[in-house]
Design a protein around this ligand. Structure first.
Ligand code: L5Q
Ligand code: CA
Ligand code: ZN
Length: 303
């Protein structure tokens, strides 16, 4: 039912104007971006827990209050699609041009975002802990990287592999949003300025360990955050920060992408990630970069 591609104007969750890729359909326009192999399609669940319906407008304007979360999800999905294509030559999250689907207004007061295995979901937040979660570029990059991980190393979401899974999503969140070392700063606690969900440079600022001495052995249950996947990720996150500080973002992101997609497997532990990253550094650059990765992980107690 797509007639042709078009350029639209949207208002994002921060009241900002964004140019978006849309499609002309019978009766108006939809948030369907056909500028890539994989279509980028954005849906509105209307506080249900379903995928809902594609967001449409009778004009090229997507500027109603309820459309703001969709505009940001749609726009940032295109940014992250472009990042993986242009920087790593990966066409969509699976490397084969899969459609990228996002659902906003998922559930009621949902203080989270996630990759469901089929599409991304974004809650509206409760207005205290989170504002609408699609309002942050690093969050969309975090979630879409879960899809990259699932279609490559497929690190299992528990204990050390799960903390690596989380860390790679935070680290690529940084690579896409390198203005700060924070994760989720644009949507976390809207009434408080300057804070974030996590910090890669100082994990302890948000109660994450930054060294193996403080690894938290938690139960592999929902209440235990599946063995602390969002907690112990502070250790590989700090190692990534150390690496980027030593060799720079351009080399680091190539090393991280190669490790994630060529070397890591479902049950890789922290020591395996160190080895994969050292090997990737050697493959791509040489001994200096490999030594920097080794030091970065030694400094967090992964020896
Ligand atoms: C519990 C819990 C979930 C998360 C998280 O990282 N969610 C994804 C994000 F995009 F909202 F950040 N941190 O602690
Ligand atoms: Ca950030
Ligand atoms: Zn995550």
């Amino acid at each position: 039912n797509i007639l042709h591609e078009a350029t639209g104007t949207g208002i994002g969750t921060k009241g900002d104007t964004k140019t978006i890729n849309i499609s002309a359909i019978s009766g108006g326009y939809s948030l369907t971006d056909t500028t890539h192999t994989g279509k980028i399609i954005t849906y509105d669940a209307k506080t249900t827990q379903t995928r809902g319906n594609v967001v449409t407008s009778t004009s090229t304007l997507f500027n109603t209050t309820t459309q703001r979360a969709a505009v940001d999800a749609h726009y940032y999905a295109d940014v992250v699609y472009d990042y993986y294509l242009n920087t790593h030559n990966r066409d969509s999250y699976n490397g084969k041009g899969a459609a990228v689907e996002s659902v906003v207004h998922f559930d009621k007061n949902y203080n989270n975002a996630a990759w469901t295995g089929q599409y991304m979901i974004y809650g509206d937040g409760d207005g205290v802990t989170f504002s609408e979660l699609s309002g942050a570029k690093d969050v969309i990059a975090h979630e879409l990287t879960h899809a990259v991980t699932e279609t490559s190393s497929n690190l299992v979401y528990e204990n050390q592999p799960g903390a690596l899974n989380e860390s790679f999503s935070d680290v690529f969140g940084y690579f896409v949003d390198p203005d700060d070392w924070l994760m989720g700063e644009d949507i976390y606690t809207p009434k408080i300025a300057g804070d974030a969900l996590r910090s890669l440079s100082d994990p302890a600022k948000y109660d994450q360990p930054a060294h193996m001495n403080n690894y938290q052995n938690l139960p592999n249950t929902k209440a235990g955050d599946w063995g602390g996947v969002h907690i112990n990720s502070g250790i590989p996150n700090k190692a990534a920060y150390n690496t980027i500080q030593k060799i720079g973002k351009v080399k680091a992101e190539k090393i991280y992408y190669r490790a994630l997609t060529q070397y890591l497997t479902t049950n890789s532990q922290f020591v395996d990630a160190k080895k994969a990253l050292v090997q990737s550094a050697t493959d791509l650059y040489g001994a200096t970069e490999a030594a920097a990765v080794t030091e970065a992980w030694n400094a967090v107690g992964v020896t």
